[in-house]
Design a protein. Structure first.
Lengths: 511, 511
């Protein structure tokens, strides 16, 4: 595929600028061609205005038409062939298996929303016929369904070049709802983004959708982001990334003359609780599982387990030793970019220097030819010191976890309560643990959007019952999820049709 | 009932202050006993902290327990007997029939949510069993339900002393969800609020609910409001009232270290479109219906029709003449308080002095013994002048409507587009009108939360398919409704339970 390095402003391409940027291969440090030209403010505004125009027709396409469109996008992405995972590997430093897996997930998501549109429940239709004889007042005929909110601005993260960005979950759910999308591409993987953007443009042409249904903008988030969030045509925002950027977009949206909803998925340390009974029975399996979860994707998952609450005593100490050994034998691998790697170093330094924290494993800061390689780390602290030290409650993005010694269930509750809202809380428990800690386990749902028993938080299954969300700062609105079928709810609003003649009713609300 | 004039801080009463206030009868201007003592900041904080404590147990009560609690509240309200509508009439100036009707609606709402809790769908449970053989990855067992968000602060308006305040829709839906409630009572009707507050307290005792599940605070909104919205234990806000106050609470909530959702229902002028065919056939019936809707409750409904789009020409002029005559024969009646009446006067002045506006009916500003009486008014303007004059696009709270002459469907679309988000849009159309304006009618849903055909917007039916919501500034979040069963969605969030042992699953998610 011939990459041009230019934004997609609806059907046309953006203009070259005099200060383009290059993606870099984090494994080698080498720059990647072509140069990428950031969108101008005017181009970003044009993309939003086009989305507003497109909304007028796109919102009225049938669910079947949008389902066909989503499937066509998936087909076009698959049609790119090997060039896509090759570029993915070059831009992310992640292995080919991950690239292929994430492509499968992305296309699977698009097809999941297509299937959802063919089910009866996606827009929650409800018919309540008139009751002329109801006392004290007659009931009018009222019928309810949920409709598209309007154009959505999507901001993807560095860590999922496919599944959370250009054609990822935010875009797929917004398009499914009937909302045009303007994507701000992450500057770590512009090539993958351009390939997927071109696939969406092809699908638009093939399906006869309005040309403004999709735009893709390269360039600086601090320049383009506020333009998208403040544009009158934009009616919602989907964001995945850091807490500081997510919060700044949320603040902008809330300050608009007409505030718009922002679903920002931001920060989580995903506590894992090891109860003593299960730990005694399954220590080796838990070491293996935790090792895999901490190192997966070089620790760069939103659901990376950054905190492990374990008992005091010899069994837990032996567990820690085995885990340290296993993590210590793991090869360094490139993180997504230099900034991420530097953030990881700074995070390890913060952990290491906090009072009461023992360093069980800390790699030399040797970052390889691209300056991005990182190896796992492991720290340990007592609950009392943990509770005193706010810096320990914050996410360190990368392959590191902090063990917290907790003498009893009460202490576990205190530690969980001390950290803020989470995407996930996991716990390892046998039947006796479950029965001895029933009250605590029943309360875990107040801290997170997803609870995992005897498993690890990485590997978010994409399904109708998945929740990728949670109390702030995991997200800016815990009432929604960004993964799974119900991600569409973020971009829908209810409308009641009262006493409508059948011919004016939407098809799904006719008798 | 012996009114004490003191807040309910959970189970105890607030302290007397040295600057109490009295409610006034808007019909007579006479002050009403007893004096009411505003809650202190400390008392408001205590109420929030109690709600936070109560949440720990209340959120885990069964749906059946909460249903019994809601029904008991309804029974206790009915048990107050005639004293309640009597006080309602004294405090609001509204007639006894309205008082009784609103009591019925309030108790009906409580029972509707009780019934909803006994249905399967209220918290959207979904079970997706494991698929160990799924390719490329096994699917874990994942189960979804929606749980209570946390304590809710409720701010009621002056215009619904029962159905939108102490035990109104916000409180009923929050309690149904499992959220404790702290209500800031409106200072126009403290006596009705205290009676209903006492009924809720009785129901708490009778049902053995945690004592912090409900508090009721009297006093200044500008003092108490920020305390409630900023308190760490409070996790959501329900508000009905003016745009300025609603927006200020929204801004406070968005600026918290952990932003919380605010559903504020604020401002709407509820356009009514009269298409020519239907107008020719049914002019007299539309005059009668519009007259009733404009004057209902002295025009003090959120859904009051403040804008009527009608054709140009003789038929429309005759319609306007008949409507003016009918409204002109309507007796003045007391508005809710002096401030509301003064706002109405100022609004009429704003309409009358705007360029191009014809005054068809404007009452003398003779406000009776309480300074609150107001009579209907009617104005007319051409679409071109309307489109130029922003002040005409804003709500005038009271029994007034503005006729806008629109030469064709395109002009109707321009006028509807010029006004901001609405709770409702109504249209009167016969079969030919519907067919000639199919495109416009299909787009009306983009402007409002509820569309009404051949009817009027006042009289919001309380049912599962009702929507009382809409784009800003009708509300601060168009994705929700404050009336009807789905009002509960505002106070729920999804949680996924992955690979849970049956004994740790919530009952509704067991096989």
């Amino acid at each position: 595929m011939n990459l041009k390095g230019l934004s997609f402003i609806g059907p046309r391409r953006g203009q070259p600028t005099d200060k383009p940027f290059h993606a870099a291969n984090p494994a080698s440090g080498k720059g990647l061609e072509p140069p990428y030209h950031g969108a101008t403010v005017e181009e970003a505004e044009e993309a939003c205005a086009l989305a507003g125009e497109a909304f007028r027709t796109f919102r009225r396409t049938t669910p079947a038409e949008r389902a066909a469109f989503l499937r066509r996008i998936a087909d076009e992405i698959e049609g790119i062939g090997d060039a896509l995972p090759q570029r993915y590997v070059e831009e992310s430093g992640l292995p080919a298996g991950r690239a292929n897996g994430e492509r499968g997930r992305t296309c699977g998501q698009l097809r999941m929303f297509a299937a959802a549109l063919e089910s009866d429940g996606w827009n929650r239709p409800l018919i309540e016929p008139a009751q002329p004889d109801r006392e004290p007042l007659p009931k009018p005929d009222t019928r309810l369904r949920y409709i598209a909110l309007g154009p959505v601005a999507v901001f993807g993260p560095a860590n999922f070049p496919l599944a959370f960005t250009v054609a990822g979950g935010d875009t797929a759910s917004a398009l499914a709802a009937g909302c045009p999308v303007v994507v701000k591409a992450h500057s770590s993987h512009p090539g993958v983004s351009e390939m997927v953007g071109a696939a969406i443009r092809k699908a638009i042409d093939a399906c006869g959708m309005h040309e403004g249904v999709f735009s893709l903008l390269f360039g600086s988030g601090s320049k383009i982001g506020p333009v998208l969030v403040n544009h009158p045509a934009v009616k919602a925002v989907g964001f995945t990334g850091s807490q500081s950027v997510g919060r700044s977009l949320f603040d902008l949206a809330a300050a608009r003359p007409d505030p718009i909803p922002v679903f920002a998925e931001m920060s989580s340390i995903n506590p894992v609780i090891l109860f003593p009974g299960r730990l005694a029975e399954e220590a080796d399996a838990i070491v293996d599982g935790l090792y895999g979860s901490v190192t997966l994707g070089v620790g760069q998952f939103c659901t990376n387990p950054g905190l492990v609450l374990l008992p005091e005593g010899a069994a837990a100490d032996a567990f820690a030793e085995k885990l340290a050994a296993k993590l210590g034998a793991h090869d360094a691998a490139p993180m997504l970019n230099r900034g991420t790697c530097e953030g990881y170093d700074a995070g390890l330094e913060r952990l290491a220097k906090t009072s009461g924290v023992e360093t069980l494993l800390r790699p030399e800061p040797e970052h390889g030819p691209g300056g991005c390689h990182a190896a796992p780390a492991l720290f340990r602290v007592g609950a009392a010191d943990f509770l005193k030290a706010d810096p320990l409650h914050e996410e360190v993005f990368g392959p590191v976890t902090l063990l917290v010694r907790c003498s009893d269930a009460d202490t576990v509750r205190k530690v969980i309560t001390a950290v803020s809202g989470q995407l996930t809380v996991s716990f390892h428990a046998n039947a006796s643990d479950v029965s001895a800690n029933a009250d605590l386990i029943a309360d875990l749902e107040t801290f997170a959007g997803r609870l995992v028993c005897n498993g690890f938080p990485t590997g978010v299954d994409v399904s109708a019952s998945m929740v990728h969300g949670g109390p702030y700062p995991a997200t800016t609105d815990s009432r929604f999820t960004s993964v799974g079928t119900r991600a569409i709810d973020r971009f829908l609003r209810p409308v009641c049709y009262q006493s409508f003649p059948p011919e004016a009713l939407p098809p799904e609300l006719r008798d």
